[in-house]
Design a protein around this ligand. Structure first.
Ligand SMILES: [Zn+2]
Length: 148
């Protein structure tokens, strides 16, 4: 899959430059914390990115308020995509870190209209480690959540 990877440092990344109006973008919506614009790659017509206005690289760098604001904007944009493009399906995709397939290191979520046989795929290699392993994972996570 041909990929664009933005390697510019924080504060001058392409989404920060879009937020400041220094780079052109087909803007859809903005509020105090978020901005929505057309993905230049347009996997399907109506493909929108919702990003934080403030530079934050990943899910682990945004505030709970920014996370809630992004989801509010995503839901509004998704409804508008439904009204405008009427796709039979819609996928949200949010990637963190190089290994998580993130290519622009400024928090964003893809709002992607979907169609039958549109060529979009996500490999999902099921491992099914068994209930004993699942309970052990759950215990570790529950402990980490209690410690917060
Ligand atoms: Zn940025």
């Amino acid at each position: 899959m041909p990929r664009f990877v933005d390697t510019s440092p924080p504060g001058v990344c392409i989404f920060c430059r879009i937020a400041r109006g220094e780079l052109p973008a087909a803007r859809v919506f903005e509020d105090d914390l978020t901005m929505a614009f057309m993905d230049i790659g347009q996997v399907n017509p109506g493909h929108v990115l919702v990003a934080t206005k403030r530079h934050a690289a990943t899910l682990f760098d945004i505030t709970p308020e920014e996370g809630a604001a992004v989801m509010r904007t995503v839901q509004r944009v998704a409804a508008a995509i439904g009204d405008t493009f009427d796709p039979p399906g819609l996928t949200l995709l949010q990637a963190n870190g190089k290994e998580g397939d993130q290519t622009v290191f400024h928090f964003h979520m893809h709002v992607l209209p979907r169609h039958a046989d549109d060529g979009v795929g996500l490999s999902w290699p099921r491992k099914e480690p068994g209930m004993e392993a699942l309970h052990a994972y759950a215990l570790k996570l529950a402990g980490a959540l209690r410690a917060e």
